[in-house]
Design a protein around this ligand. Structure first.
Ligand SMILES: C[S@@+](CC[C@H](N)C(=O)[O-])C[C@H]1O[C@@H](n2cnc3c(N)ncnc32)[C@H](O)[C@@H]1O
Length: 317
């Protein structure tokens, strides 16, 4: 089958621009450039913005480079992991950054690439790497990890209720070489009543394996902490779009932790951690797409935006 390239529909553009609260002449870092949709919209509104764009997927970066050709003098592009955000800002001479955006997860381009194994809709080798230079693939995880570890991955990263059964079946059937065989195996152990659900039974397992292959949760935690150090203080904005509860929880806890002074239980007695609040949460209630956007782009339906702004820590209470 020929590889078809599907376009990525950028989600919640207006909400992101409002959330970032940039001015013309700002310094903006797009940590998940993808096809460059958010960056393009920002540069169209604020043409004098200087941008750093990061994506660990070489193919995504090549598409973004084309889409952003008109702005090539304003952008510095980096095919790296966003956990290296500090080094990238340093080599790009970005001393103060006014806004950082994370639009997490995979793009539609990756999901619909019928050779990369991100989706159960196409039969492909078990790959799922965003960074194709990385060694660890979905094949390694499915075929080499222990039953216990597989169960943990499926339960923790996919919130899959049938993780135990699926892990057991995988161990019994190994080697599993492609997405079709993995999908059939998941279907074979899924309770019949659940097979009629709107959500395909393989959805959660594929999400879990993808998160494990790309170390998505660990890298997000690292990058959020580093972002905070890079943002202009006060007034720098951090905008995060997440697509499932696991990553949203990481962002929510990070924002909560960084918007409070010391929260050590030991504070009741004596605490020397000196943790001071560095952020102010801008939207107490998460922002979700409008019904019109979901109608136009169903893959936006689970998007959630959280926004926080740096504060002058000395003045925080
Ligand atoms: C949802 S897409 C971004 C789409 C983009 N905002 C647009 O409108 O075109 C997420 C992108 O982030 C990239 N990505 C995910 N995790 C990453 C990481 N740890 N480091 C760098 N890029 C990452 C993926 O490769 C993917 O291209």
């Amino acid at each position: 089958m020929r590889n078809k390239i599907v376009e990525h529909k950028t989600v919640m553009i207006k909400e992101v621009i409002r959330g970032l609260n940039l001015k013309d002449n700002s310094h903006f870092l797009d940590a998940t450039l993808g096809a460059g949709g958010h960056t393009k919209a920002i540069l169209e509104k604020y043409p004098n913005t200087k941008v750093i764009g990061i994506d660990k997927d070489e193919k995504a970066l090549a598409i973004a480079r084309k889409n952003l050709l008109n702005f090539k003098n304003s952008i510095s592009l980096h095919n790296l992991d966003f956990s290296s955000i500090e080094q990238i800002a340093k080599i790009s001479n970005f001393n103060k950054i006014n806004g950082i955006l994370f639009d997490l997860g995979t793009s539609q381009i990756q999901l619909n690439d019928n050779k990369r194994g991100f989706s159960f809709r196409y039969n492909a080798p078990l790959d799922m790497r965003m960074d194709e230079k990385q060694k660890n693939t979905a094949h390694e995880i499915v075929n080499k990890t222990s039953e216990l570890e597989l169960n943990n991955i499926l339960r923790e990263f996919g919130e899959e209720k049938h993780s135990k059964k699926i892990a057991k079946a995988i161990i019994r059937k190994r080697p599993i070489n492609n997405t079709e065989d993995l999908t059939k195996l998941i279907l074979s152990v899924y309770p019949r009543s659940k097979k009629r659900n709107r959500i395909h039974p393989a959805t959660k397992s594929f999400q879990a394996i993808r998160i494990a292959v790309n170390s998505e949760i660990e890298l997000l935690k690292i990058a959020l902490t580093k972002s905070l150090q890079l943002l202009e203080k006060p007034g720098g904005r951090l905008v995060v779009i997440s697509f499932h509860s696991l990553e949203d929880r990481v962002v929510k806890h990070f924002f909560q932790h960084e918007s409070r002074h010391c929260i050590c239980p030991a504070k009741l007695i004596i605490c020397n951690c000196n943790h001071v609040a560095k952020l102010q949460i801008i939207n107490k209630k998460i922002i979700t797409p409008t019904d019109e956007e979901i109608d136009e782009n169903p893959s936006a339906r689970s998007a959630k935006i959280r926004i926080a702004e740096t504060i002058d820590s000395r003045k925080a209470s």
